[in-house]
Design a protein around this ligand. Structure first.
Ligand code: NAP
Length: 276
């Protein structure tokens, strides 16, 4: 039996990923911000797959302390079972309507979408198998993101719902490339690090919290992919023998040249090491 960690396991695509991995006989550690919601998801999967091995874990990616506690908890679970992680799926993400800072002093979207997943992954590195799979959920908006030296110090004036989201997903993409490049220095030269793009998916996330949501629900939602379809590239990435590849739809390809900015990649890596 393999062991996978899925963040945002109570969400639209996270719950589908959890179900699919559990149905294949894997143990899934379901990292959830809201444990009641996570438990509801767990119960609904158990109704369909009574033998599913599902463990709930509290994780709030907007708090450095919670990420640290969750990593310790994962380590305990693995030690109890005498196993290491076969895969980490950094699926959780948000698209905030308004600017707000976390208790750690970062813009909330940045901490949930990038800082939290990066720290969780790095902290769990010693507990992963030598050939483990790490998959980070990015977005087609990455191509509109911008990285500059003020990424961690943005103010209300810099904030826009889609722009900030794009910046944070680009940061996660660049972190993925950096992790791939530095994996040897972490003593894990053989792990697989890939990114997955679900396309536009009919989930809670696509509500913008604005007056036109009702209209968009009628006109736009029917054109979106289902969560099952949206999470399919990530599931393929969790068992691939490719490395540092962009999974989208039924395909996978090298990460676009526009993202291979060495200065940005190394800067993201050094900044995350400082926070770690
Ligand atoms: N939907 C799309 O069209 C689309 C497109 C491109 C990329 N994506 C990416 O796909 C991923 C999954 O999104 P989805 O569409 O399935 O959305 P979703 O249904 O809203 O799921 C998001 C998940 O993230 C969790 N989460 C939010 N804040 C968190 C925090 N502070 N700590 C831990 N977990 C937190 C949510 O937990 P709660 O339930 O407790 O809020 C939920 O389980 C995200 O990374 C998103 O950016 C989505």
């Amino acid at each position: 039996m393999s062991t996978f960690l899925v963040t945002g396991a109570s969400g639209s695509m996270g719950s589908e990923a959890t179900k699919s991995l559990a149905a294949q006989g894997n143990h899934v550690i379901m990292a959830c911000r809201n444990l009641d919601k996570g438990e509801k998801t767990r119960q609904s999967i158990l109704q369909q797959f009574p033998n599913a091995q599902l463990t709930l874990l509290k994780l709030d990616l907007s708090q450095l302390e919670s990420v640290q506690c969750a990593a310790l908890e994962v380590a305990k679970i693995l030690q109890n079972d005498n196993v290491l992680l076969d895969g980490i799926f950094n699926n959780a993400g948000i698209i905030n309507r308004d600017f707000r800072l976390t208790q750690d002093g970062y813009e909330n979207t940045l901490q949930v979408n990038f800082i939290g997943p990066a720290l969780l992954t790095l902290t769990l590195m010693p507990y992963t198998k030598s050939n483990a799979h790490i998959v980070n959920m990015v977005s087609l908006t990455c191509r509109f993101g911008k990285i500059d030296e003020r990424l961690f110090e943005k103010t209300k004036k810099d904030f826009s719902q889609l722009g900030t989201y794009a910046d944070t997903k680009l940061a996660l993409l660049l972190f993925s490339i950096a992790l791939y490049r530095h994996q040897e220095s972490l003593g894990k030269p053989d792990i697989y690090i890939n990114v997955a793009d679900p396309g536009v998916v009919n989930s809670n996330m696509i509500s913008m919290g604005r007056w036109f949501d009702g209209l968009a629900d009628i006109l736009f939602r029917p054109l979106c992919s289902s969560p099952v379809k949206g999470v399919a590239p990530a599931l393929r990435a969790l068992s691939t023998s490719d490395n540092c590849v962009y999974f989208v739809g039924k395909n996978q390809h090298s990460i676009g040249k526009r993202f291979l900015n060495d200065t940005h990649i190394e800067w993201i890596w050094s900044e995350i090491q400082k926070i770690l």
